[in-house]
Every structure is written in C-alpha cells, then in structure tokens.
Design a protein. Sequence first.
Length: 123
Amino acid sequence: MNEETRRKRIEEIRKSLLKQKEQILIDAGVMISNLPSESSLSEIGDIASQEIDRSFLLRLRDRERKLLKKIEKALEKIENGTYGICEACGAEIPVERLEARPVTDLCIECKTEQEEAEKLKET
C-alpha cells in the first residue's frame, strides 16, 4: 500500500473517531440526566433494584470515559504524525488493524505478547 492510500485511510479513521467521540459525549449527557434519584423510590426492593441499575450505569460510564481517553490519544497521534506506530517495537501497524481497532497502540505481535504476559501473571 502506498503512503497516499494509507494517509487517506487514516483520515477516514480520524473522522470515525471524531464521530464516536461525539456520540459518547452525547450518550454520557443523556445517561447522567437519566440517573434515578433516591427520593422517588419508596419500597426497599425498588431502592435495591435502582441501586443495581445506577451502579451498572456508572460502571458503563467508566468504560466510556476510558474509551474516550483512548480516542483522544489516537486523535492526538494522528495530528502529530505518530498514529499507526507500535508503542512497543516501533513498527508500522497495518492499516487493516487500525481500521478494525482504531484506538490500538500496539501491533498484533506486541499485543499478543502483552496478553500472554498478563495470562501468566494471573496464574
């Protein structure tokens, strides 16, 4: 693949990341405004159920916050010209991998090594 084609595909990834970022921010605003207030509940079962829902929404929000940070990091790398370079080995990450996982900062080989090392730590 030539450099111009790669640049065009990365520009498409950038547009996609911007849309995803915007959607996360919109969804987060809706989610926060929809969190239930404790004062509207009367029975203990309702309160427990609402607390489980609230906990789930806040955990989901935490995942979105982490994804948002990764998106912002990827956008910053696109701007400064370092997007698509593996942070571990310095190799160019294939554009197909970037399209499949736009927030990745590791090539598939380094990511596989990282996951294997994490599995060894767990055992």
